[in-house]
Design a protein around this ligand. Sequence first.
Ligand SMILES: [Zn+2]
Length: 249
Amino acid sequence: MDVQVIPLDWHRLFWGDTDWLFLLEVLIRTSILFGWLLLMMRWIGKRGIAQISLVELVFVMAIGSAAGDPMFYPEVPLIPALACITILTVLQRWTAQGIIQNESLETLLEGKPREIIRDGILKTTALKEAGLSKEDLFELLRVHNIRQLGQIQRAYHEQNGQVSVIRYEQLADAPVGLAIVPPWDIEMPDTYDGAMASADNPLVCMSCGALALQPMRHCTLCEEDCWTSACRDPLCVSPPAGATESDSP
Ligand SMILES: [Zn+2]
């Protein structure tokens, strides 16, 4: 059943059939949805949208929805949409101010930085909490021109979703570590039996990056038993002397 639209009917354009009390409902609806969006976005994490804060992202999403429909649906009046956009803007400013002034609110909405690598060793629990897979992290580290984990003194997963890296300036100064170049999807590192580790032929745990300088079956840090050659520069490395590749994956 089509109702004929009279163009430039100012009453319909701004107000339509809206009751004044409906503006109060808009306030309640908008506040609830803004809060709920913040919580949901916080829950799923925000990897990959690192240039924008969580509050800004939710604001942009919500304001886009609020502004969209009234632009071309003649039956949607402007006043409730304008009220909605105004409320969202006020909420965004309050929340942004609150985050600056209140540490607990900041932690609640934006989380806190996590140390994910210390002295070349992956902190697997922190990585899991950050919602990053090992492959994702290695990809981000390659962007920082990292060839092997020994180059990294500290790496942090920051509140904005980025990974910051504190590293040895020179590759030659870095200890040996787990190679992440070339990407493992292209070429898996050769694996070796942990029993052949020694100070001359250091091996490194493929799960956490811990070094083995003496024979050992399982990694003392993560209990895994998959070892590869520790190297300073994976792009010019030769296998340990007398090494035979193990069949383990
Ligand atoms: Zn390990």
